[in-house]
Design a protein around this ligand. Structure first.
Ligand code: SF4
Length: 108
């Protein structure tokens, strides 16, 4: 029984690290909760570390060329914004030039 719980816990942590449990958040509009005082995600943030977020996507290892928060499906700011909300970081903002391993091309 305890082994089953530990196994389930490991599976959940893997899914969180890959961002797969966050996919149901697609479509959640976070712009309404975003303001000028919304704190920026730091690279030291535990979720940011798990997702390998960097504020400067050009320095990310493993990033697809040209991929950055600004052209990610999870980025919720208006075009041209320097920073804005990301569905994977509720209550925080990410840099438009940032990147993380959950980057997904913005739907056309
Ligand atoms: S790449 Fe996408 S999912 Fe990752 S922090 Fe930027 S906007 Fe969010």
């Amino acid at each position: 029984m305890k082994a089953d719980i530990n196994s389930a816990r490991r599976q959940l942590l893997k899914k969180v690290a890959l961002g797969t449990v966050l996919v149901p958040l697609v479509g959640l509009d976070m712009r309404a909760a975003f303001g000028a005082d919304t704190p920026l995600v730091t690279e030291d943030d535990p979720v940011a570390k798990a997702l390998k977020y960097v504020a400067d996507g050009s320095k990310a290892t493993g990033a697809k060329p040209g991929s950055k928060c600004a052209n990610c499906n999870f980025f919720q700011a208006a075009a041209g914004s320097a920073q804005g909300p990301c569905q994977l970081f509720p209550g925080k903002a990410v840099k438009a030039a940032g990147w993380c391993m959950s980057w997904t091309a913005k739907a056309a």
